[in-house]
Design a protein around this ligand. Structure first.
Ligand code: 2AM
Ligand code: CA
Ligand code: CA
Ligand code: CA
Length: 263
């Protein structure tokens, strides 16, 4: 398998999809809801996923595709070459803000992450990695993350987690928010992951994400030394939904030990 060739194909397809989104969304956006009134999907999410499926199938029909909108076949396992992709991560940002939404793509072979991409569609910024070769922000190599103290950390976290909830001890989350230097909430998991791997955030925590939200990002994470796990400290479950943390290696375990207590 020629990873360089697949990387070239992935980048071309992502750039082309990004251009299609930029060129069309201002005049033909149809917004619907999915699991709840805040869970949005648009015709462009679906069309972009279909665009990827058609491109990948003509590139190599043996490759499997797992996408958020379920337009690919049902993926039961990660055997062989598998693309895990989210055509638009941050759909609410897309609909409301017309910015801060990502295309994110991971290419796995037998469950091992080989190529990872997070593309900021409006900024035309690409974060990507090739397993074992490093990670880049556009043409600039991303450096290994430098250690820091929790008091110096800026973390991505959704405000609802510091209010009483069924899943976690929110008092400990309040402690975390008070301890760190600052918090941010961008509304796109892939964008927050891109910020952690490039040192613009030091951690990002989510109570529920799906494989396509993080697939590409975890591959970039590995190349810069960021640690990505579920909130039990184990590998994220790529065939289901799971909790998620990605963090600078100097604070990952500390956040889990001191501040995360699941009910
Ligand atoms: P999405 O925009 O692709 O749906 C928003 O906080 C972040 O969480 C986005 O990355 C969003 O991805 C993701 N997310 C995962 N499950 C979600 C859900 N049920 N409703 C809204 N956002 C969800
Ligand atoms: Ca969605
Ligand atoms: Ca998503
Ligand atoms: Ca999505």
């Amino acid at each position: 398998m020629d990873l360089k060739q697949i990387d070239q194909f992935a980048k071309e397809t992502i750039f082309e999809a990004g251009k299609l989104i930029r060129d069309t969304f201002s005049y033909e956006l149809v917004v619907e809801t999915k699991s709840d009134p805040n869970d949005l999907v648009t015709n462009i999410d679906r069309e972009t996923e279909l665009f990827f499926i058609e491109k990948i199938k003509s590139f190599d029909p043996s490759h499997k595709i797992l996408g958020e909108e379920g337009m690919g076949e049902k993926v039961q396992n990660l055997d062989g070459p598998v693309w895990i992709l989210d055509p638009i991560d941050g759909t609410m940002n897309f609909v409301k803000q017309h910015r801060h939404f990502m295309i994110t793509v991971g290419f796995f072979v037998n469950g091992i992450g080989k190529l990872g991409y997070i593309y900021d569609v409006m900024r035309e910024d690409l974060f990507y990695a090739i397993e074992g070769e490093g990670a880049w922000y556009n043409d600039t190599p991303l450096r290994k993350l430098k250690p820091l103290k929790i008091e110096e950390a800026v973390i991505g976290i959704n405000a609802t987690w510091v209010t009483p909830n069924k899943r976690i001890n929110h008092e400990k989350m309040i402690d975390l928010v008070k301890t760190v230097r600052g918090t941010r909430s961008y509304g796109s998991a892939a964008m927050e992951i891109a910020f952690v791997v490039s040192g613009k955030l030091d951690a990002y925590i989510s109570m529920r994400l799906s494989p396509w939200d993080i697939g590409g990002g975890t591959i970039i994470a590995k190349e810069v030394g960021a640690i990505a796990t579920n909130l039990n400290g184990n590998d994220f479950d790529f065939l289901s939904q799971d909790t998620f943390i990605i963090a600078n290696p100097s604070i990952h375990q500390l956040i889990l030990d001191r501040y995360i207590e699941e009910k």
